[in-house]
Unconditional design. Sequence first.
Length: 192
Amino acid sequence: MICERPHARSLPTRPVDIGIMNSRLLISLLCAGALAFACGPRSHSEASPNIAKASPLQTSSAKPVVAPTVPRAKKNDAKDARLDSKLNVTVAHNDVHLAFDVKNVGGKHAELTFSSGQAYDFVVVNDAGKEVWRWSGGRMFTSGVQNKQLGVGDVMQVSESWGAAKPGHYTAIAVLKSTNFPVEERVDFVMQ
């Protein structure tokens, strides 16, 4: 005699959908990979520069003002990486054009580190030392750390204009906001 249990029922079995499990695993792995890529170190040398490049604006009636200083090489912790900087000020009518060049004159590349999206700044002070204009005034910058590669002999050029100049004696100040290669240049000029 075969004994059957009255309460024992076989439950229908569901087939496990492997496709759903694989897609969940794939999505998790893609998210982890994207996060690792976004947070990992990378070189910015191939990326388009986020710093405006321009040469100093010269007009036929403009009188270039150049500081009579001997070029100074800025030395830093990175062995053989040295920067030379130059600030040119061109005065034309009521406009002042500021051009700041930073060149790697060392024997190996320099990786400039910036604590924010602001890589440089221009400031103009009057003869009393009071700030009359700042390029970054009223601007907003990203708060992420950024790097810029300067190969041997490479030049980073930035320029801006100040259009509200009144007659007087002024000092233009250009600042490279790098945390590992800070540079500052000053040039006196006169608005007539």
